[in-house]
Design a binder for this molecule. Structure first.
Ligand code: NDP
Length: 605
């Protein structure tokens, strides 16, 4: 893509200094000294917010056997890793999952309108292996949940799985070279290897709004959608029981953007309580044409698509852009600007300037959508996001802004302050009470809290050392996967690895491949244990510290979970980073490492 004259002209009309100042003012308005502590943990009297509305609980006898591999978490991480293990010939694989089925985030998030925001062809894992063709460019949640079940069925993962089960203690048993796993269902079984894929977005959080417990109406969190109350279903049937209800939704993040259009058309009145507007670009979803799919689905197609998206999204200047969407658009613009510069001017400063210019241009376009779509000028103005696009999770939707034209839908903008109070009857903002029948919390998930609080257990490794002790000064791993002192344990998640946030499953499938290969190798050479050496772990940590140290969003950004709510990260958070040379370099590095067959840094015993 070359920079067009129109683009150059649009940039010429942007007052960059004024925008920088506006971004700063809007950020400062939202900074709070309590950071992550503004949210409350769901427990005690609030624990009903965690109940599973989707699958009845079935009593069963506790288990006390042995498996080769146990994996905590039945979402994408567990499914892709266990699929690779099964392919490698390990049949007794057991997934332990707190939900009533596989799916992880897609098990819990069944709110109306839920769909993937990264293109299905690269977001849904193991498409080639399962032969599934996604029906839409951005598939809806029921299809993704069904795909998780399909992986479970195809790779025989249901047989051994324990659902509605939470691991509570996972302890290394030195004399037997295995892990002892105890659960909240009384199970106490052993596993030679364990995998941990508990993900960052599975513990719902509630805002610590004064009076939150006093509301006498109905309320629920979006990840436990109460279709009994609202009517409708996850497939899109109208929420017919809301037609006489005054509904409030707190939060305007990626979840709210997807469900607000459904609430807006179904509720008698809908009040959307907004603290920070999301940037909402166009979605342009479309059905996938089976004939076209047949043409592109030649052997190795999904890996090619994954790599192409990653290259385009991380500024690798790939020759073509297969996915072509809002994720790759910004990088394409930055890339075009850089290419436009003579080689001697491609300095780091000029590259950052190209990034900022492209961002200003993109965000102006996104803000102008509100003026074009929303009828009421004040509402349109309040829906504009004043920060750089990647400061917060970018959103994409073709019906969200339109929802504010529904006569019964009201945007209650809190000017960055958030909801003031919750009463018996409703929600108070700026001294005004909004009476409600139902409050829906679209308030997100715990990301910045301690790992053991989110996981529900604290791994106990060699010599009784806890993972929380080992990580007291920050996460320490090699490759984001191995931890010294925790033999035969593997972590499956993006941090300290590629950290490719725009397509999380890509990180997981690569880790799955790596782990499958390591275990197959251990078995081939007849070894019981595999562990990263202390030196190899330390070397990786030092390498990570040579990077820019940026969290996903920088501190200049509006506060949110991308940037530790705008608080200076403690020394521990400095390690919540990815491979310093970027996602593409990490994926290449790890593939070479895996394929070399030498497994440098690991010891097999
Ligand atoms: P978020 O954490 O993104 O959003 C929480 C919302 O609650 C924010 O708008 C926040 O405002 C608001 N909020 C918090 N406290 C208050 C308060 N006191 N008063 C008013 N508003 C308040 O949660 P989501 O569930 O929307 O999304 C979480 C993540 O899940 C996403 O970032 C994304 O990674 C993932 N996701 C992915 C989807 C997909 O791929 N299709 C779909 C949905 C989610 P503020 O911004 O000011 O903090």
């Amino acid at each position: 893509m070359a920079i067009s004259e129109v683009q150059e002209e649009s940039l010429a009309h942007i007052d960059k200094e004024a925008l920088r100042k506006k971004y700063q003012e809007e950020r400062n308005k939202r900074l709070r000294p309590d950071g992550n502590d503004q949210y409350i943990e769901i427990k005690g009297q609030l624990s009903h917010y965690l109940e599973d509305p989707y699958t009845p609980f079935v009593e069963r006898e506790p288990i006390a056997d042995h498996v080769t591999f146990a994996f905590v978490g039945g979402g994408f991480a567990g499914l892709v890793t266990c699929a690779r293990l099964v392919e490698a010939g390990i049949k007794d694989v057991r997934i332990i999952e707190k939900g009533g089925d596989f799916g992880g985030t897609w098990y819990w998030n069944r709110y109306p309108g839920a769909q993937c925001d990264t293109a299905s062809l690269i977001y849904m894992p193991l498409l080639e292996e399962t032969g599934h063709m996604p029906t839409e460019k951005y598939a809806h949640a029921p299809e993704i949940l069904r795909h998780c079940q399909r992986i479970g069925e195809q790779f025989g993962l249901y047989e051994n799985a324990l659902f509605h089960t939470q691991a509570e203690e996972i302890e290394w048993v030195e004399e037997k070279s295995c892990w002892l796993i105890k659960t909240n269902r009384g199970d106490a079984f052993t596993a030679q290897f364990v995998g941990l894929g508990t993900g960052p977005l599975h513990v719902p959080k509630l805002p610590g709004i004064p009076g939150i417990q006093s509301f006498k109406g109905h309320s629920f969190h979006t990840s436990r959608w109460d279709y009994e109350y609202t009517g409708g279903d996850p497939l899109g049937a109208p929420l017919d029981k809301l037609k006489d209800k005054r509904v409030g939704i707190i939060g305007t993040g990626a979840t709210a953007v997807q469900c607000v259009p459904h609430l807006a058309t179904a509720s008698k009145e809908l009040f959307v309580f907004q603290r920070t507007p999301s940037s909402v670009d166009e979605r342009n979803n479309e059905p996938i044409d089976p004939e076209w799919f047949e043409e592109i689905a030649t052997p190795g197609w999904q890996q090619r698509w994954l790599e192409n998206f990653m290259a385009n999204q991380t500024g690798q200047l790939a020759e073509e852009d297969l996915v072509m969407d809002g994720w790759t658009d910004l990088s394409r613009r930055v890339g075009a600007r850089i290419q436009h510069l003579p080689p001697e001017q491609r300095t780091p400063e000029n590259m950052l300037a190209a990034f900022e210019d492209s961002d200003f241009e993109k965000m102006e376009e996104i803000r102008s959508r509100a003026d074009k779509i929303v009828n009421d000028p004040k509402t349109a103005s309040n829906l504009k996001a004043w920060y750089r696009q990647l400061c917060k999770r970018p959103c994409f939707h073709d019906a969200y802004l339109q929802a504010f034209n529904e006569p019964g839908t009201h945007l209650i903008d809190t000017d960055g302050k958030g909801v003031e109070r919750i009463t018996d009857n409703g929600v108070v903002v700026a001294g005004q009470e909004y009476e409600l029948d139902c409050i829906i919390f679209a308030s997100g998930f715990e990301v910045g809290t301690e790992y053991k609080r989110r996981a529900g257990f604290d791994l106990k490794g060699r010599d009784g050392r806890r993972l929380s002790e080992h990580w007291a000064n920050g996460m320490r791993t090699r490759h984001g996967i191995h931890v010294h002192g925790f033999p035969n344990a593997f972590i499956v998640q993006p941090t300290q690895g590629a950290n490719l946030i725009s397509n999380v499953p890509h990180n997981l499938t690569e880790s799955g491949k790596t782990i499958g290969q390591i275990i197959a190798h251990a078995q081939e050479i007849g070894k019981q244990e595999v562990e990263v050496t202390a030196e190899a772990e330390e070397e990786w940590v030092q390498l990570l510290l040579t990077g820019s140290g940026m969290m996903i969003g920088s501190l200049d950004c509006t506060p949110g979970y991308y940037n530790n709510e705008g608080q200076e990260p403690g020394p521990a958070a400095k390690l919540n980073v990815g491979y310093p040379h970027g996602a593409a370099a990490y994926f290449k590095y790890i593939a070479d490492w895996r394929d070399s067959g030498t497994y440098d840094g690991l010891t097999f015993r």
